[in-house]
Ligand binder design. Structure first.
Ligand code: ADE
Ligand code: ZN
Length: 315
């Protein structure tokens, strides 16, 4: 199996529905409304996806819940041939952004990650755009105070159309000063301007999704020239309707234009995908072969938020 590097995986978004249902029944919470008849997550569109996602998170309550989740998610990644993963971790769902609580959740997740040696994991603390700039500052503080060998990045997810990147400059500056790598979701729902704004105001080295950059040749040139890496999640884009069909997806055009592109799953059970499925589609649709996947993984290794020894081992 091809060894894979995944740079864009939301830890809570990777929770299998059965795992969330199990926690709900343990805790006596009725979450039946977020599942369909087959027991899969049920949502209508992106905003409804965010609602269902946040509802599922309500049963992830204790550090031990997050430890169990981490073990389950990494075991799944290992089965997919993933050797290195960057998981987006949200203090919002881990103790409500309280720094003391966050340290407890983090210790539990880090310990759990160490129990799955097949996958090297790093945490990217992720604030949530529609929770607003004040919440983002608290998340950034959690990130900055725990920056180190395990927490190596800071990012922003959530509703891209809420607020403006300039509202989050303070948080990204704090994270940068703590030595963290930076990434922002942009160009998933917003157009090229959204990507430019993330680059200009947040000064990130990576963009989550970024696929709508394809509509602006000048922006594509900038991404290629500056080596801004896109964390592309094609299956997520198809499931959420960003693109109607796989053959319309711009990942291969972005790559051909010299933009550093990587491949991730985002929230695999929500989008009914896995890393192997993503690779299989890319192979079928765009003829990507093992040489191409090796190049994609080298691109990911170069953009990874890790120390140089770890990077050297991945390259
Ligand atoms: N949070 C989890 N998945 C996301 C996505 N695809 N876009 C924005 N925020 C997210
Ligand atoms: Zn994402």
């Amino acid at each position: 199996m091809i060894p894979k590097i995944e740079l864009h995986l939301h830890l809570e978004g990777a929770a299998p529905p059965a795992f969330i249902r199990g926690l709900a029944s343990e805790k006596g919470v009725d979450l039946s409304s977020i599942f369909d008849g087959q027991g899969r997550y049920a949502y209508r569109d992106f905003n409804d996806f965010l609602r269902v996602y946040e509802a599922a998170c309500t049963v992830l309550q204790t550090p031990e819940d997050f430890a169990r989740l981490t073990r389950a998610v990494l075991a799944q990644s290992a089965e997919e041939g993933v050797i290195y993963t960057e998981a987006f971790l949200s203090p919002d769902f881990c103790g409500g952004r309280d720094l003391g609580a966050w340290r407890d959740y983090l210790a539990a997740m880090q310990e759990a990650a160490s129990e799955v040696p097949e996958v090297e994991m790093r945490g990217v603390v992720t604030c949530i755009r529609h929770f607003g700039p004040d919440a983002a500052k608290e998340a950034a503080r959690c990130a900055a105070e725990t920056a180190g060998d395990f927490i190596t990045g800071f990012g922003i997810a959530g509703d891209e159309m809420a607020g403006h990147p300039r509202d989050f400059t303070y948080s990204f500056d704090m994270a940068r000063e703590a030595g963290l790598g930076l990434t922002a979701h942009a160009g998933e729902w917003g157009g090229p301007t959204s990507v430019r704004d993330a680059l200009d105001h947040l000064r990130v080295s990576r963009i989550g999704h970024g696929v709508h950059a394809i509509r602006d040749a000048g922006l594509v040139e900038r991404l290629a020239r500056d080596g801004i890496t896109l964390e592309v999640c094609p299956g997520s884009n198809i499931a959420l309707g960003v693109y109607g069909q796989w053959r319309d997806h711009p990942i291969d055009a972005l790559r051909a234009a010299g933009v550093p592109v990587t491949v991730s799953t985002d929230d695999p059970p929500f989008f009914h995908t896995t890393m192997r499925d993503e690779y299989a589609h890319l192979s079928d649709l765009f003829g990507w072969d093992d040489t191409m996947f090796a190049e994609i993984n080298r691109t990911a290794a170069r953009a990874a938020f890790c120390d140089e020894d770890t990077r050297a081992a991945l390259l």
